[in-house]
Design a protein around this ligand. Sequence first.
Ligand code: PMT
Length: 399
Amino acid sequence: MNNLAGKHIILGISGGIAAYKSVTLLRLLVKAGAEVQVVITPNGKEFITPVTLSSLSGKPVVSEFFTANTGEWHSHVSLGLWADVMIVAPATASTLAKMANGVADNMLITTYLSAKCPVFVAPAMDLDMMAHPSTTRNLATLRADGVRIIEPEVGELASHLVGRGRMEEPENIATVLNDFFGENSPLAGRKVLVTAGPTYERIDPVRFIGNFSTGKMGYAIAAEAARLGADVTLVSGPTALPDPQGVTTVRVESARQMLEAAQKAFADSDVAVMCAAVADYAPAHYVDRKIKREHDKVDSIELVRNPDIAATLGATKRPGQILVGFALETDNGESNAREKLSRKNLDMIVLNSLADKGAGFGTDTNKVTIITRSSEEIFPLKSKQDVAADILNRIIKDL
Ligand code: PMT
């Protein structure tokens, strides 16, 4: 099973010949859907070029504290917070020593010192360096600090001597990381359906009924669920956002199309989060040419009610499936949300109100209250990514 999709990985590369294998490791991680940020030491760049690494990762390689011509400072702190895991491969004797002793004289070490995530090292060096008491001591210190060591292999080394010190093969390192996420992914093996964005209900070839949803909230939930190990299907109305990494995205336009796609995915889902702002009404008749003001003199449009997707799924819900709705309100938020929770047979509803500044449509932030039949939790204004994490943490408790 692929547990790497959507994961944030820092790949630290220090200056050893095994750096050439890091290119393959990077390729494997990116291919599995991980987002990889390479941090390379100045010596690492002697073995492998940043251009190769940035081409494969799709991100500029981080190496220096400052960009020379602009003086721009690169924050190792934000990198350390962003990552789900950090892997240093190859980890030379010098880098292991610096990590063990906190010698923060390059970006790789400062990133390590500020990383909040689990850290792996894959040592690579000549056999005598590997066997030296100082390396043994440093590895013991790192182990005691919680760093996980991917033991080097015995084999032919760059010096043509044979012994212990060959960096583990990239395929095996990728497997170690994949297994690590498998064991530490609370949604591994779970299928999650997310709806997001608006629906467009066509009036004629140039006009539609829609709303202001951008998809940001739903896409953040889909991305976070994938990061937590779930197999995610995102059914999205029209948005300008790119498909989230590691998520199966199904693009639809109207409420009826969204219902069809959601029903298909819901059948074998463990969790469904209905974040889409579905148009409640659609024109009763579609006109297949542009309606002309002077010629057609249309003063009103007859509407029909769209299906309620959340309620339809709620009516067919199996025991054990968790169905989560959103309530977008302007007033009487809590009572309206509770009424929807019960009418649509939801297990949880996330209330957000346009009365709260920074909440709702289009913003990068949201302020929500998570309501179940037996609980209610009010959260402060947060980024939509953090709101997504709060919602999924609450769902995980119920799974
Ligand atoms: O996309 P963004 O710009 O980031 O904005 C996010 C958001 C404001 C759209 C999102 O946070 C949100 O509140 N989504 C639900 C909006 C909405 O339609 O709320 P509602 O109260 O009208 O609907 C209640 C629930 O029923 C929702 O889960 C909705 O998806 C669902 N519904 C509604 C109508 C319908 N015909 N079918 C449905 O499934």
